[in-house]
Design a protein around this ligand. Structure first.
Ligand code: ZN
Length: 653
């Protein structure tokens, strides 16, 4: 393991213990083989000066909700050191009392809640304490002869502590075990099946002890067999079915990320994968992200999901006390036999966290198997952490559920106008959005990981296939289709219509929609409360002279939508239409087009712009709001509807 300590960087903080603590915590946090996503914690014992100028012995401990790689000074909670040491002497302490007592001992009430390991950090008699869940150490501790192997690597410089539930029980255990210990001889503590501590009065030495101890463990594991090159493949429709079944089991929409890379494929193809994949998490706090075990799935998807569900309910019933409420019985990852792995989550962020944990877990399981077998914690111990209120609180902190969280929306023509407004609005409301547009600038327009932009032409069948594939590969399904793309050709009376323009309008405004709807429907069938919204036009009900090229295509599009509503209702896919008018902030309303249309009505441009009953301007955003509403729960009982977004016109009322 690489030592990242940089003398030049560290020297800037020599006079400020907390700043130095921030620096070395970030070094620890940068290494995924040490900690993953919020795992691990660090502390420094340093004086705290209060508002009266009085100085207290304090420990600055990582606050809950902070990640080590991005932590700042405000991420550490200053706590009275003697209060924590006094707590360690209590015979027993409940979780909720511990949280209250730790908060009461805080010297700055603005700081975050101290880590659940604060008491343990306090009793370790060194200024700097680093705690990680290093893969190599945890892997060795998860083997049948783990303790023996670890003792042979480290000798007396490390104290080995059998597994105890994290929190007060663990602090108490370490306190009891170290009554007569000569701490000066120790470089670290290994918590079996959980992680490792290193410490020193010097920040650099504490960090380097961590790196050295972990590197020694890595040496034992270094011989890994080479990976083959085979990839796992599965049809996109099967992925959509799996996502649908898991979402139904969770009773919330979730996105799914399939991974058939050689590493995941080979794991899923092992003969004994059912047994080895289900040993349990690498370190207990992963359970809140991954659940205790993955789902093992084959091509009988619904049966696999149902089996996982009933097993989870039984597991809960085996261990739960009466006041506990069962979490959803859906898996957070799956081993798809002979194909690969799949991760499920509400957001891209969750998918990333779980994917990283899964990849590290798969590696660790295989490493441990080579050393005699992977023996993780007993089911009961994992259950206790999964349902530990202090762990569950981590998941709920700062999490907001939005209307389209976990859902996937496909918007055609997302570069400008109504399409762009739709992408933005769905995205703001929690959706994962995939969009296609001919303009190559669409790629740089969307920077969020929740928006995938594809350059393509919806009149080309292969491009439509591409964007659908992108949606499934990235998010596992499609729930909402917004057929938005359209052009407004130059006005011309019928006898002057240019054949090419006519054909192009039909292709873009009508034929493309047929292709997109036709190709998306098989996936929408497995969507979460699926819906199609078609962007039509006021011209459907109230055509204007000279606009046949546009209006006829939009009328055809509306008819297509009506028939789709009839045909797809039995699959619970709702199809509704919006008819905007005079949305002047869209691409095709150039000044030329506006004056052209105004001339056709024989009125001024100013009059044309406010030509509606309410006398108000209509923006892309207004249309997107209606599209969003039609796609969401408010309109769950509506299909085949046509809603005007035109400020009102006496020609259609
Ligand atoms: Zn830990």
């Amino acid at each position: 393991m690489k030592n990242l300590w940089n003398k030049f960087d560290a020297d800037q903080y020599q006079d400020d213990l907390l700043a130095l603590r921030v620096y070395s915590s970030r070094l620890v946090g940068q290494e995924p083989n040490l900690v993953l996503h919020g795992g691990g914690n660090t502390s420094v014992k340093a004086p705290f000066t209060d508002i009266f100028g009085e100085i207290h012995d304090a420990i600055y401990i990582k606050g809950s909700g902070w990640n080590l790689d991005t932590i700042e000074a405000t991420g550490f909670a200053p706590v009275k050191l003697d209060s924590l040491i006094k707590l360690s002497r209590l015979k027993s302490l409940s979780d909720s009392d511990m949280v209250v007592a730790q908060r009461a001992a805080m010297l700055d009430q603005r700081a975050p809640n101290p880590s659940v390991e604060a008491i343990l950090h306090a009793i370790i008699p060194f200024s700097f304490v680093d705690h990680t869940h290093a893969d190599a150490v945890v892997t060795l501790s998860n083997t049948p002869n783990g303790e023996e192997i670890l003792r042979s690597i480290y000798g007396d410089k490390v104290l080995i502590v059998p597994y105890v539930m994290p929190g007060f029980a663990l602090a108490k255990k370490v306190s009891n075990l170290t009554r007569t210990t000569d701490w000066s001889k120790l470089h670290g503590i290994i918590l079996m099946k959980h992680g490792i501590f290193s410490f020193s009065n010097d920040a650099k030495e504490s960090y380097e002890r961590m790196i050295d101890l972990v590197s020694d463990a890595e040496l034992v594991l270094k011989e890994r067999p080479n990976l083959g090159e085979s990839h796992g493949e599965v049809s996109l429709l099967e992925i959509a079915k799996l996502r649908s079944a898991v979402s139904k089991s969770a009773n919330i929409p979730m996105i799914a990320a399939f991974n058939g890379l050689p590493f995941n494929y080979e794991f899923a193809s092992q003969k004994d994968v059912v047994s080895i994949a289900c040993r349990g998490p690498l370190t207990p706090d992963h359970v809140i992200r991954t659940k205790r075990i993955p789902m093992i799935t084959d091509m009988d998807i619904s049966n696999s999901v149902e089996r996982y569900r009933s097993d989870y309910i039984k597991y809960f019933e085996r261990h739960a006390s009466s006041e506990l409420q069962q979490l959803d019985p859906a898996p957070r990852w799956a081993v798809w036999r002979d194909i690969g792995t799949v991760v499920f989550g509400r957001t891209q962020k969750e998918i990333k966290v779980v994917s990283d944990i899964v990849d590290h877990t798969i590696q660790a399981i295989q490493d441990a198997e080579r050393l005699g077998g992977c023996v993780t914690l007993a089911e009961r111990d994992i259950f206790d952490v999964e349902y530990w209120e202090l762990e569950q609180a981590k998941l709920h902190a700062g999490k907001e559920d939005l209307m389209f969280s976990g859902q996937v929306v496909l918007v055609t023509g997302g570069f400008s106008g109504i399409g762009r407004a739709c992408v933005k609005k769905f995205s703001e409301n929690g959706a994962n959005v995939v969009t296609i547009d001919k303009d190559p600038n669409i790629i740089s327009l969307y920077k969020k990981s929740t928006v995938v932009a594809v350059v393509g032409d919806v009149t080309v069948e292969d491009d439509v296939t591409n964007v659908i594939h992108a949606a499934i590969q990235r998010f596992g399904g499609i729930d909402v289709l917004v057929n938005n793309i359209g052009i407004f050709p130059k006005s011309a009376h019928i006898e002057e219509i240019d054949n090419e323009q006519w054909q192009s309008s039909m292709n873009i405004n009508l034929n493309s929609a047929m292709c997109v709807i036709k190709k998306t429907t098989p996936y929408l069938r497995h969507g979460w409360h699926p819906a199609i919204v078609i962007v039509g036009s006021k011209n459907v009900a109230a055509p204007g002279r000279g606009a046949a090229t546009y209006s006829v295509a939009k009328a055809g599009l509306t008819q297509l939508g009506r028939i789709a509503a009839l045909e797809l209702a039995s699959d619970s896919i709702r199809v509704n239409m919006v008819h905007p008018n005079s949305v002047f902030d869209t691409g095709f309303w150039t000044d030329d087009v506006i004056s052209d249309r105004a001339a056709h009505y024989g009125i001024s441009v100013a009059e044309y712009r406010s030509m509606n009953l309410l006398g108000i301007e209509i923006t892309s955003n207004d249309v997107a709001s209606v599209v969003l509403a039609l796609s969401g729960p408010q309109f769950s009982r509506t299909t085949g509807a046509q809603i005007s977004v035109d400020g009102g016109t006496d020609r259609t009322i």
